[in-house]
Design a protein around this ligand. Structure first.
Ligand SMILES: NC(=O)c1ccc[n+]([C@@H]2O[C@H](COP(=O)([O-])OP(=O)(O)OC[C@H]3O[C@@H](n4cnc5c(N)ncnc54)[C@H](O)[C@@H]3O)[C@@H](O)[C@H]2O)c1
Ligand SMILES: CC(=O)N[C@H]1[C@@H](OP(=O)(O)OP(=O)(O)OC[C@H]2O[C@@H](n3ccc(=O)[nH]c3=O)[C@H](O)[C@@H]2O)O[C@H](CO)[C@H](O)[C@@H]1O
Length: 352
């Protein structure tokens, strides 16, 4: 075991999980990753490709279990076979549109799955957890920039967003019932980019729902053009404005949360925004990506996407003050690293 202890990472083979595992290994944590492979690529059920790449990058080994967080017995066995100090809980389904069509699948996976995980943790005396939440819990912004005390839950327009809100509420109640629990919920704004090596990155299956991977697939020639969802918003150029954050900055935020929870006076439930505090429009992102890649990004303006807001960006000052965390990478690095990953892996993790 390494000096900083052992972290169980659920959903460790996914986009945010794999980048966080790199930073954990590089910072003297031992890692046990679990994933049910529902949204990551594994050749013939071997260790997921993302984690194999993380092992190559770090020169270290990751203990991996192909386990679903809803499988109580399998989880319990893992907790009984290792001395686990903390959990970082990424495992979830995350496609907004899909969640509207199949809400029960989302509630089952994200809420029942999380509550099973917390029960097994409690039974095994592991009571430290960092939870992957999202700015989506704020719903339509009532003021900007959004601080952590912005109301949550009221305007969550889709089941995915509600699962994040409900799991936060569950964790608050767990902390009230048992003061030994230490919980940090990190509300991510818009994670983009890739590890600077280009070895790991975001690998959406099918047509990307999110802007950055879509732009990047246009640049590499996998898609003909980007559809810009609306240019009539009350923003600088009429297109939607978001707070994009580099995935490595986001990953480091999880290490800062673990450090915070290890302080002797830390107790209960806390939440922090992870964003840069800076908003960029769709057209600005297209321009930055064009510059980084040297490619023209073809696009067409189409109607607004249902459920989208005009502008969303964080007030990240609480994380700066209390976690001593601050985003260090700007939009040019986000585009540069996305492009490096895309160029080196035109088909993502799956070699075709
Ligand atoms: N990427 C974003 O834009 C974003 C923004 C805000 C919040 N989040 C949250 O961060 C977390 C990680 O997101 P990501 O972008 O890495 O997604 P991802 O899909 O790349 O990673 C999630 C991983 O969890 C696994 N998984 C899903 N359900 C599981 C289950 N029942 N048991 C075990 N493994 C399971 C998937 O196979 C996948 O590898 C999620 O909770 C997501 O909701 C992501
Ligand atoms: C409604 C929705 O899906 N919300 C999710 C999406 O938020 P966001 O809608 O903030 O992220 P996104 O990357 O889907 O869109 C960013 C901006 O790009 C625009 N855009 C996006 C794709 C595209 O093909 N064309 C285009 O114009 C979109 O209208 C928005 O103004 O992703 C977040 C994580 O990063 C969260 O998971 C949100 O819950």
């Amino acid at each position: 075991m390494k000096p900083n202890g052992t972290v169980l990472v659920t959903g460790g083979a996914g986009y945010v999980g794999s980048h966080t595992v790199v930073e954990l290994l590089n910072s003297n944590y031992s890692v046990i990753a679990i994933d049910n492979l529902v949204n990551c690529y594994a050749h013939k059920k071997e260790k997921p490709e993302s984690l194999k790449r993380v092992e190559q990058l770090t020169g270290q080994t990751i203990v991996f279990y192909d386990v679903d967080i809803r499988n109580r017995q399998a989880l319990d066995k893992i907790f009984k076979s290792h001395k686990i100090d903390s959990v970082i809980h990424f495992a979830a389904l995350k496609a907004v549109g899909e969640s509207v069509k199949t809400p029960l699948t989302y509630y089952q996976n994200n809420i029942a799955g999380s509550s099973t995980l917390f029960e097994v943790m409690q039974a095994n005396g592991v009571k430290n957890v960092v939870f992957s939440s999202s700015a989506t819990v704020y719903g339509t912004p009532q003021f900007l920039p959004m601080t952590e005390d912005h109301p949550t839950g009221q305007n969550c327009t889709n089941p995915y967003g509600k699962t994040k809100y409900f799991v936060e509420e569950i964790l608050k109640d767990v902390c009230i019932a048992d003061p030994d629990w230490k919980v940090i919920s990190l509300r991510y704004f818009n994670p983009v980019g890739a590890h600077e090596s280009g070895h790991i990155g975001e690998d959406p299956s099918g047509v990307p729902n999110n802007l950055m991977p879509y732009i990047s697939q246009v640049a590499i020639g996998r898609r003909e053009k980007l559809y810009v969802f609306g240019d009539d918003y009350p923003t600088k150029d009429g297109t939607g404005v978001r707070d994009y954050i580099h995935i490595t900055d986001l990953a480091i935020g999880h290490l800062k949360a673990l450090q915070k929870m290890s302080e002797p006076d830390f107790k209960g439930w806390k939440t922090y925004n992870l964003g840069t505090g800076q908003g960029y429009s769709v057209l600005e992102l297209i321009e930055a990506f064009s510059k980084a890649s040297g490619k023209k990004i073809n696009y067409a303006i189409v109607h607004r996407r249902e459920g989208d807001v005009a502008t969303s960006y964080a007030d990240p000052s609480l994380a700066r003050k209390e976690l001593h965390w601050q985003a260090t990478k700007g939009i040019d690095e986000m585009c540069r690293d996305t492009w490096k990953w895309q160029k080196q892996n035109p088909n993502g993790f799956k070699k075709e």
